[in-house]
Design a binder for this molecule. Structure first.
Ligand SMILES: Cc1cc2nc3c(=O)[nH]c(=O)nc-3n(C[C@H](O)[C@H](O)[C@H](O)COP(=O)(O)OP(=O)(O)OC[C@H]3O[C@@H](n4cnc5c(N)ncnc54)[C@H](O)[C@@H]3O)c2cc1C
Length: 494
């Protein structure tokens, strides 16, 4: 019997994972990717001996990675050489005070008590809540597929959801644990990883600081792109075929089903199953026949975007830890200007990554590879944002922040610079509005309320990736790939 054909559009994390599961279950799978290599947003480039991860820089939620590699018949620890990063972050506040977040609780206690006496007790209570949220979310929301309304709306789930404090606003909820605004921001900034503001995120997301301190933030040798390389090895071993430099122009639909895909050059590839890993709103807008869903998705809330700078430096900056976060005092204003004005805050909270502290091989000896990520609004409809001016303003803000650490001659040591603005995110990966995390992770866009991973009308078209359930992040994209593959195999009756 010949194997059934499946086509996966996009070699992002979710696409490679789904492809591998399907191939391991006996399908013949071809992944068609518009770019020259795999990884999607989890990308990498090298220049003059410097290597940069251009998307993810933090391996968080290691237990999810372990489970997803196990589900692929592999071991995370055998596939990747992991090193725990502790302190996880060096936080720098506007007044110059610093806080090193560490799982060494004694060291953390001394630092917190110096900022706000009595606050360590607050942290312990906060972590207890975060641990409860983490377990409930992973067991009952992340690892579940909500195929029917009744999978979500049932008595057991209502009781569960209430224990997640979904209606409490994350930032406001922090008053139960801390008075000092610096501490409130130190343990909520992680919401930005979902592309969300702590002023709109549910308190459920206290699970993120918990997992970072309890399970650790890790660095795979070679950088986050090593995760892509590991997944690619597993995919190829399972028999998945990859076609790069080949954009899908549309999904070939007859009245009721997908017949396959049509490539930009006009070539048709036939398949019994089509899995779209490209950003879900883009797939509805550009690859599927026009229907109401494309418009409905465009009206949904999208995550923020970022301007990223990649600098090859002619000297080493040992004073910079692997992950430095500059947190602005006007924290609320930061998020509001991103969400409402869709631009750059006057005093942005921003992130600096110095991976050579963990892995000297990624830079030439005596030199450094530094990345700065500045969160900004996504692309606006009216096109009024001037991205070269915003990029220059963002760069000036990074330099200003570095000066507060005594790095006054930074600009003079830059050998080269590469930048990504929201326009680049859209262009490179077809992300609608250049929103780096896809559809936002607000309460009304999570779990059952996130778009379904199968098309309502064409039953052999499936979706995986950050804009599907469970949402953004490398391990969660792997989960989405597995959940979709399980559904496909159930529905093929195999
Ligand atoms: C700046 C940044 C920082 C991040 N930091 C972290 C982090 O530290 N830790 C973490 O866990 N996560 C992080 N993330 C999130 C994480 O990178 C993503 O959630 C995840 O990689 C998304 O994977 P995906 O499966 O949705 O695929 P995508 O990455 O969206 O890949 C989809 C693929 O489809 C391809 N494609 C699109 N259209 C077509 C077409 N027409 N034809 C063929 N191919 C097409 C694209 O080129 C792309 O390769 C970060 C993301 C960004 C952008």
């Amino acid at each position: 019997m010949t194997a059934k054909e499946a086509i996966v559009i996009g070699a992002g994390i979710g696409g490679i994972t789904a492809a591998t599961h399907l191939a391991r279950r006996g399908l013949h799978v071809t992944v068609v990717e518009k770019n020259a290599g795999p990884g999607g947003r989890c990308d990498r480039f090298s220049r003059d001996g410097h290597t940069f991860d251009t998307g993810p820089t933090l391996l968080v939620m290691p237990l999810l990675y372990e489970a997803e590699f196990r589900a692929l018949g592999a071991s995370l620890r055998e596939q990747l050489q992991l090193r725990r990063v502790d302190p996880t972050y060096h936080l720098v506040f506007d007044d110059g005070r610093q806080l090193a977040l560490t799982s060494d609780l004694k060291a953390l206690q001394e630092q917190l008590e110096a900022i706000q006496p009595g606050s360590f007790q607050g942290l312990l209570r906060y972590l207890e809540e975060g641990g409860r949220h983490y377990q409930l979310v992973v067991d009952n929301l992340v690892n579940r597929d909500f195929r029917r309304a009744s999978d979500f709306f049932n008595v057991q789930n209502v009781a569960l959801l209430l224990r997640l404090d979904p209606l409490a606003n994350h930032y406001r909820h922090m008053s139960a644990y801390f008075d000092d605004p610096r501490l409130k921001s130190a343990f909520t900034f992680q919401d930005i990883y979902m592309g969300l503001s702590p002023f709109e995120a549910p308190a459920t997301f206290s699970m993120m600081p918990y997992t970072e301190l309890a399970h650790g933030v890790w660095y795979p040798r070679g950088g986050m792109y090593s995760v892509v390389e590991a997944l690619l090895r597993l995919a190829r071993a399972a028999g998945v075929e990859f076609v790069f430099n080949s954009a899908v122009e549309r999904i070939d639909i007859d009245s009721a089903r997908a017949q396959g895909v049509v490539l930009a050059g006009g070539q048709r590839l036939a398949a019994e199953v089509v899995v779209a890993n490209a950003d879900l709103p883009y797939v509805y807008q550009k690859l599927l026949p026009a229907d109401g869903m494309a418009g409905a998705l465009a009206r949904k809330q999208f995550s923020c975007s970022v301007i990223s700078f990649f600098w090859g430096m002619d000297q080493t900056y040992t004073a910079l830890g692997p992950h430095t976060l500059f947190l602005a005092d006007d924290y609320r204003e930061n998020f509001e200007s991103i969400n409402r004005g869709l631009g750059l805050p006057a005093n942005a909270s921003l992130y600096l990554h110095a991976p050579a502290r963990l892995d000297p091989a990624i830079s030439p000896a005596g030199q450094d590879s530094l990345t700065a990520i500045v969160p900004v609004g996504h692309l606006s409809e009216n096109g009024e944002q001037d991205w070269s001016a915003l990029r220059d303003a963002a760069r000036a803000q990074v330099f200003r922040r570095l000066r507060t650490l005594g790095l006054t001659d930074f600009a003079a040591h830059i050998k080269f610079e590469e930048t990504f603005t929201p326009l680049a995110w859209r262009e490179r990966y077809n992300l609608v509005k250049g929103a780096t995390h896809g559809l936002a992770h607000t309460l009304t866009q999570l779990a059952y309320f996130r778009p379904a991973n199968r098309h309502a009308r064409y039953p052999n078209v499936y979706f995986v990736g950050a804009s599907t359930h469970p949402g953004t992040g490398v391990p969660t994209a792997m989960v989405s790939g597995r959940l979709a593959a399980e559904r496909i195999m159930d529905e093929l009756g195999e």
